[in-house]
Design a protein around this ligand. Structure first.
Ligand code: GDS
Length: 210
């Protein structure tokens, strides 16, 4: 049995895609929750490779950078496509989600009140690319790449669900994305994770904005 540990603040933040992946793959993990006080007063920041969290351990193997953690687990659970071309397309989709996440975090942490209307207005520009990617993959009825789930799907699902909380109607003009969120979140293990208190009680972002 692998012994996985997530070390992070008490947020969904940059680790919810990993939690979705582990849940869907039937894995268990331990949460090592870091409080703001222990982060600012202790030596955890010094120990973190880039001075930031999340961190992840698989037994004695330790890793930082959320997308590296996602890719590590994808290699273990065969979530990185069937060949080099699929792997590259999965990387491309995941990098697209990462670009959106960076924009989202900048808005959430630095410009929430003043920037909200503008952020929501520009959102379709980013969502359109994912709707088109899905459409090009067999008509959009399955996954973002190929015919099996990949780590980019967990990341995209998390990203879309966060945006539905920010702007509940944001997927109305994107029927494939809307159906994709419904389809993936109905996968039995994802559904029970999403319904769990652990998930529901965890804030999306550290400053409480969403
Ligand atoms: N590339 C890394 C990864 O993917 O793992 C990014 C990791 C990261 O940003 N970690 C944050 C952290 O450790 C928590 S995620 N912060 C404490 C510190 O730096 O000492 N990050 C930019 C990004 O993710 O691209 C952010 O915007 C984070 N925001 C998101 S939370 C401040 C505030 O409330 O404004 N106290 C914290 C802001 C902050 O760290």
């Amino acid at each position: 049995m692998p012994e996985y540990t997530i070390t992070y603040f008490d947020v969904r933040g940059r680790m919810e895609h990993v939690r979705l992946l582990l849940s869907d793959q039937g894995q268990h993990w331990k949460e090592e929750v870091v409080t703001f006080d222990s982060w600012t007063q202790g030596d955890l920041k010094k120990k973190a490779v880039f001075g930031q969290l999340p961190g992840f351990r698989d037994g004695s193997f330790s890793l930082y950078q959320s997308n590296a953690i996602l890719r590590y687990l994808s290699k273990i659970y065969d979530l990185y496509g069937k060949n080099a071309k699929e792997a590259a397309l999965i990387d491309m989709a995941n990098d697209g989600v990462e670009d959106m996440r960076v924009k989202y975090l900048r808005f959430i942490y630095q410009n929430y009140e003043d920037g909200k209307a503008d952020y929501i207005e520009k959102l379709p520009n980013d969502l359109k690319a994912f709707e088109q990617l899905l459409a090009r993959n067999g008509g959009g009825k399955g996954f973002i790449v190929g015919d099996q789930i990949s780590f980019a799907d967990y990341n995209l699902l998390d990203n879309l669900m966060n945006h539905q909380i920010l702007a509940p109607n944001c997927l109305h003009d994107f029927p494939l994305l809307q159906a994709y969120v419904a389809r993936l979140s109905a996968r039995p293990k994802i559904k029970s994770f999403l319904e769990s208190d652990a998930h529901k009680n965890r804030r999306i972002n550290g400053n409480g904005k969403q």
